[in-house]
Write a protein that binds this ligand. Structure first.
Ligand SMILES: Nc1ncnc2c1ncn2[C@@H]1O[C@H](COP(=O)(O)OP(=O)(O)OP(=O)(O)O)[C@@H](O)[C@H]1O
Length: 444
């Protein structure tokens, strides 16, 4: 009897607990739904940004560079990304992000962006903001990442979210403006890839004869300003340059500084590797806007086969021919005004057709260092502290015997103390350099 009583009070107790739990759940859900949403809407706004959105990386970049994130997470999310021009897209100049981009820091070194996984908090305009990184595990590397970044602004208006996004965008712009993007084609792939972001190179950091520098900068400047003239006169809005001369004389460096000076990007193509007539046409057509197209070591294409009807090919065996190259250069529309710069150590190997006045408007020789360049370089390198050593140096190094790259090497080796560049050091340097240059200098 007592046992039965115990059992029924036990059942009653269980039912009671169950009933109370049930009522609590119903009350919780009803109240939460009814009032929680209201409270939530009053207290915070959320913006969700998918990793496929361009804004995602801009935010990550800004957060990791400028915000001190409070978090107890011991896990960080690493971001790097590469911008790739969309292959075979009907939309011109579309840029997509696939995989990692390595950003560069002040020193020009690569830096990878990291922000903590989970939720972190920071303060923006005196408002608390939380940022939650939700990452979904991908089953394979081919599957696009579907991470999201959730931005939650507490006790602030929607405007605050707008402000944060705008600030991140401005930050991104300022970073991009400090750098020059270097695009390259991948062999056998019809895509432009951002190969690196280089800190803008100052024109003054390239030591050239003043006349050479002024002529080139002046010409590009006139070209950029003459869009209307080209339109009204019906002349194709293109400008072609050939920079030729021995290795290490500053051709590539000058292109980089030119791009920085005119706030342009650089697209480098190597005609000798994995390019066919069709892909060349496609890639020139897809050159990202506001960029300088560069055919580096253009002679290499013409030494590959010795046959101008077959100057290269892709992996499928599709040919690149001189006609195909000329056709692409002559027929593609140039809304932006195409600037093409070709470089070579062997001008004599380039067919005249490619150098015709409609294709190459200016040929500029980059020669071995003359005394003007040596002086400029020495003064800049040693910050005018050792100018008294210059006369002896110039007496030893004759005009046009060593390259600026070789000189740069010498100065780097003695960067702390140029007084250690003794006569015997100089003699050895000059004879080594001359030996190398006479072997390589088979250009006109
Ligand atoms: N005129 C110059 N002014 C400043 N730096 C130079 C100059 N020439 C060469 N250098 C330095 O030497 C190195 C190689 O130079 P760069 O690649 O510009 O030469 P290049 O003429 O393009 O050579 P190549 O014909 O082999 O492609 C770079 O580190 C660059 O900074």
């Amino acid at each position: 009897m007592e046992n039965n009583n115990n059992r029924s009070s036990y059942i009653q107790y269980i039912l009671g607990v169950f009933f109370i739990q049930h009522i609590r759940t119903i009350l919780y859900h009803t109240l939460y739904r009814r009032f929680g949403g209201m409270v939530k809407n009053r207290f915070y706004y959320i913006a969700k940004i998918a990793s496929s959105d361009a804004m995602y990386l801009q935010l990550v970049e800004w957060l990791s560079a400028t915000q001190h994130l409070y978090t107890n997470s011991r896990q960080v999310h690493v971001h790097s990304k590469q911008n790739v021009e969309m292959p075979l897209s009907s939309e011109p100049h579309q840029v997509i992000s696939i995989g990692p981009t390595i950003n560069q820091n002040e020193d020009g070194n690569s830096s990878i962006k990291m922000i903590p996984s989970g939720t972190s908090v920071f303060f923006y305009k005196r408002h608390m903001v939380s940022v939650t990184l939700r990452s979904n595990i991908r089953s394979s590397m081919d599957e696009p990442s579907s991470d999201t970044l959730e931005l939650r602004v507490y006790l602030g208006g929607k405007q605050l979210i707008n402000d944060i996004l705008k600030t991140a965008f401005q930050h991104h712009l300022s970073k991009t403006e400090e750098n020059t993007k270097i695009y390259q084609t991948l062999p056998n792939c019809n895509i432009w890839v951002v190969q690196s972001l280089q800190r803008r190179r100052e024109i003054d950091s390239v030591f050239l004869d003043k006349s050479v520098k002024d002529e080139l900068i002046g010409d590009v400047n006139t070209f950029i300003r003459s869009k209307q003239w080209y339109r009204s006169s019906g002349v194709p809005y293109t400008r072609g340059y050939l920079l030729y001369g021995p290795p290490g004389t500053g051709k590539t460096s000058f292109i980089l500084s030119l791009a920085g000076y005119f706030n342009k990007q650089i697209c480098i193509m190597n005609l000798g590797r994995g390019v066919s007539d069709t892909s060349l046409y496609f890639m020139i057509n897809k050159t990202p806007p506001n960029s300088i197209l560069v055919f580096e070591d253009v002679d290499s294409a013409f030494t590959n086969t010795g046959n101008h009807n077959h100057i290269g090919q892709d992996d499928m065996g599709n040919k690149l021919t001189l006609q195909g190259l000329l056709h692409a250069l002559d027929t593609l529309p140039n809304l932006d005004g195409r600037i093409l710069v070709m470089t070579t150590n062997h001008i004599e190997k380039i067919p005249q057709a490619l150098l015709s006045p409609g294709r190459v408007h200016l040929k500029v020789k980059f020669d071995l260092a003359n005394h003007f360049q040596i002086k400029q370089m020495f003064k800049r390198f040693y910050e005018n502290k050792y100018n008294h050593l210059l006369p002896a140096l110039l007496k030893k190094i004759e005009n046009n015997t060593v390259s600026t790259a070789q000189l740069q090497n010498l100065f780097i080796n003695y960067r702390d103390d140029p007084t250690k560049i003794t006569d015997s050091v100089l003699d050895e340097f000059i004879s080594d350099s001359v030996l190398v240059n006479t072997h390589k200098t088979k250009y006109l």
